[in-house]
Design a protein around this ligand. Structure first.
Ligand SMILES: Cc1ncc(COP(=O)(O)OP(=O)(O)O)c(N)n1
Ligand SMILES: Cc1nc(C(=O)O)sc1CCOP(=O)(O)O
Ligand SMILES: [Mg+2]
Length: 225
């Protein structure tokens, strides 16, 4: 898959599933397939936390989830691990403030891959853009139990601050987002929402995804009117 233009990237960011095996109560392949049926638009492989796979099992899971994404034309993004992203020829990578800076990632991956960067302030966003980020992940919007080292909860204030500073790079909100609290993030100006537990942690993954899909799709359609 070639790198999307900014308009297409905003569409991909609408409903972004971030997930690894530790987030799933069912086999990850089944969770991803159901989430795709339910309407996710982008996928990030994030194999992190207590009990996370390593070595060959880590690589094989990544490969098998990438294959599912390919069959359904969903871009496959790797969290943190540039060697894995290169080995799999992934569609992109997401890095945070503690990870390899985006300019070094860009130098290794080239122009044809998506680079997402986590930012918590206008200054971090500006730096990420200067370093070549294609999109930003802004969070945690709400309290989350899925990331042990998450920063302080910030609500939508960073998203609002970016818009007030005329920073219009594609971006998603992340952290504690579910169907009943997603709308303020889109109202603040995010292109979409990134979730783990609101999809991967649900008993009925397809139904939970459909609800988020309908909500985000309707919000964006109404915005354009
Ligand atoms: C879409 C998106 N936004 C933010 C993050 C968090 O990245 P980071 O701060 O590097 O933390 P880890 O996910 O690596 O623990 C993300 N993964 N995706
Ligand atoms: C991976 C991640 N990054 C965050 C950030 O604030 O950058 S919060 C988070 C966890 C998101 O999981 P859930 O949807 O279950 O809250
Ligand atoms: Mg990271």
């Amino acid at each position: 898959m070639s790198k999307p233009d900014q308009h297409q990237l905003r569409q991909y960011l609408r409903l972004y599933l971030v997930m690894g095996s530790v987030n799933c109560t069912q086999p990850p392949e089944e969770v991803l397939t159901s989430a795709i049926t339910g309407g996710i638009t982008l996928f990030q492989f994030r194999e992190k936390g207590v009990g996370a796979l390593t070595g060959q099992a880590y690589y094989q899971l990544a490969e098998s989830l990438q294959q599912i994404c390919r069959e359904h034309k969903i871009p496959f993004i790797v969290n943190d691990d540039i060697e894995l992203a290169i080995a799999l020829d992934a569609d992109g990578i997401h890095v945070g403030q503690e990870d390899i800076p985006a300019d070094q990632i860009r130098a290794r991956l080239g122009q044809n891959k998506m680079i997402g960067v986590s930012a918590h302030s206008v200054a971090e966003a500006r730096q990420a853009i200067q370093d070549g980020a294609d999109y930003l992940g802004i969070g945690p919007i709400y309290p989350t139990t899925s990331k042990a080292d998450a920063e302080a909860v910030q609500g939508t204030r960073t998203i609002t601050a970016l818009k007030n500073h005329q920073i219009h790079i594609p971006l998603v909100g992340i952290g504690g987002i579910h169907a009943d609290n997603a709308e303020p993030i889109l109202t603040a100006g995010a292109d979409g929402i990134a979730v783990i537990s609101a999809i991967a942690g649900q008993n009925n993954v397809e139904q939970a995804t459909e609800r988020l899909n309908t909500l985000t799709k309707h919000f964006i359609a109404n915005q354009k009117q």
